[in-house]
Design a protein around this ligand. Structure first.
Ligand code: 5GP
Ligand code: ZN
Length: 141
């Protein structure tokens, strides 16, 4: 039994209260077509439990969703004929998350799709990487 939130659009889709083009459905996750696709065949993969962000997702659900991504990616490439695809997962408004229910975008890509993907990458000074590494390792204990 999964836990939903009444005012969440994705929970409503999961409960079949509003229509969606559902292409995959198992005990932990569903996948459906994004209604406003960045490219034709754009898929959203969504855990059935209402969880707002990736950091809130229990390991077992995360593992279950992770295990279906390759299969959905293969289907996306086969069906759309895409040369590749992006997996995009936004957390928080500042990162572009509009629907506060964890979801993974699978976005078909082709050579001249003009979607773009380049972000402005920075650099590190001196021992910043080593300091970050220590901080991350401690946070992960
Ligand atoms: P976010 O910006 O939160 O990462 O992405 C949310 C996505 O959900 C958007 O790409 C948007 O088009 C999609 N979306 C929002 N509402 C609906 C809906 O009612 N049905 C479907 N299929 N997709 C939706
Ligand atoms: Zn929800």
């Amino acid at each position: 039994m999964s836990a939903q939130q009444t005012d969440c659009i994705f929970c409503k889709i999961i409960q079949h209260q509003i229509p969606a083009t559902i292409i995959f459905d198992d005990s932990h996750a569903i996948a459906f077509l994004d209604v406003n696709p960045l490219a034709s065949g754009h898929i959203l993969v969504v855990p059935k439990d209402h969880v707002e962000q990736l950091i809130d997702l229990p390991d077992i659900i995360a593992a279950s969703i992770g295990s279906v991504l390759p299969k959905l990616g293969r289907a996306l490439v086969q069906v759309t004929g895409a040369s590749g695809f992006n997996v995009l997962q936004n957390n928080g408004e500042v990162a572009g998350q509009v629907v506060p229910h964890v979801h993974f975008h699978l976005i078909p890509r082709s050579t001249d799709d003009s979607l773009g993907y380049r972000w402005n990458a920075g650099t590190y000074n001196d021992d910043q990487m080593d300091q970050l590494c220590v901080a991350y390792q401690q946070a992960l204990l």
